[in-house]
Design a protein around this ligand. Structure first.
Ligand code: AMP
Ligand code: MG
Length: 328
């Protein structure tokens, strides 16, 4: 059993010591819980990949608590990146920048860029300060599976390999950070996330979106499937009638729950996309534990945080479920 600790100063010190020894700590952030290790220690990085069973070609995000680390980790920083740091850090925005040699190749999967973020969660901030080193922290779940948005989700997914789980309560944002990179001096959305693209464009102008026709910088993390519950998940439109028996529904909106589902989860009865994002992974965890043969998920409006939610749902629906019977 991995201990779940309340984030007292003593426990933060204990966790920071573990990190300095090269061990891993599950830490709360405002997006999702992260599986944190010393970003400058290749052995700790290797442990992250091993414990998560994450393929080595999927680069990690390096978390910092002070702006001075940006210059130590990165160079050739575009003006737009500085503007975004001013406006959105600390917060759910990751910037992919040219890396310096101090960043181990394992953190970047051999790319010459590193993904950097300054989280706003006070426990993450305190841990970073106390550890005195940047922390690489992918989501604290087995690779490809649902992201954890509370300490119990992490405890349910892992039985060893992690020194402790710091319990910072439920994550306020609930989806991963927005990832922005630059190509030929132009900003590019690499992953939709907790800061709406529209808010970023207000600050730095048009951001290109990755499409199959867009030449993207190598971004191996953008795999076709991800964020998947163990129960098969299929996208659903109101009015769809072809329902399987024993299925659940993840939906959104002010109307009464559609009939015919064994278990329904409304992400936001008020149709608030921020609330929907904050509820997304807990609702999916509950549906995944309800003994269903299929989860149907409604696609939300593709604006603001709806874009990040839909990205997660589309990738979850693309997951292969070869081992399951009764796929929908
Ligand atoms: P996470 O899976 O939440 O740990 O987020 C890491 C994601 O950030 C990766 O899967 C990539 O999509 C993106 N990323 C991280 N580092 C880079 C990089 N150097 N270049 C492009 N994308 C990156
Ligand atoms: Mg993840």
């Amino acid at each position: 059993m991995i201990p779940i600790l309340s984030p007292t100063p003593d426990n933060i010190r204990r966790a920071a010591e573990a990190l300095r020894r090269g061990s891993l700590v599950a830490m709360p952030t405002e997006t999702v819980y992260g599986l944190a290790g010393d970003a400058l220690n290749p052995k700790a990085l290797a442990r992250i990949f091993e414990v998560k069973r994450r393929p080595f070609f999927d680069p990690l995000i390096v978390h910092i608590s002070e702006r001075s680390w940006v210059e130590k980790l990165c160079h050739q920083i575009p003006d737009g990146a500085r503007t975004l740091m001013e406006r959105f850090w600390p917060g759910p925005l990751t910037l992919v920048l040219a890396k310096r040699d101090i960043v181990p190749d394992l953190a970047t999967s051999g790319l010459d860029t590193v993904a950097v973020r300054m989280p706003s969660h006070p426990v993450a901030q305190a841990l970073l300060q106390e550890a005195g080193t940047p922390l690489a922290a992918p989501s604290a779940n087995p690779f490809g599976r649902l992201s954890p948005t509370c300490a119990e989700h992490v405890a349910a997914d892992f039985s060893d390999g992690i020194d402790c789980i710091l319990d910072g309560g439920p994550c306020a944002v609930g989806v991963e950070s927005t990832v922005i990179g630059w190509e030929d001096g132009k900003p590019l959305l690499l992953r939709a996330g907790g800061i709406a693209l529209e808010a970023i464009e207000v600050v730095i102008g048009k951001v290109l979106e990755k499409t199959s026709a867009t030449p993207v910088p190598q971004s191996p993390g953008n795999l076709p499937w991800h964020y998947a519950p163990r129960t098969p998940l299929e996208l659903w439109n109101p009015g769809d009638s072809l329902l399987r028996a024993n299925s659940g529904l993840l939906w959104f909106g002010t109307e009464t729950a559609p009939r015919g589902f064994v278990h329904t989860e409304n992400l936001s009865p008020k149709e608030n996309l921020q609330e929907a994002a904050a509820n997304l992974f807990s609702a999916l965890h509950r549906l995944d534990h309800a003994g269903l043969s299929c989860i149907y998920a409604q696609i939300l409006p593709d604006v603001g945080l709806g874009r990040a939610i839909n990205d997660r749902l589309r990738k979850a629906a693309a997951a292969p479920h070869l081992a399951h019977e009764g796929d929908c």
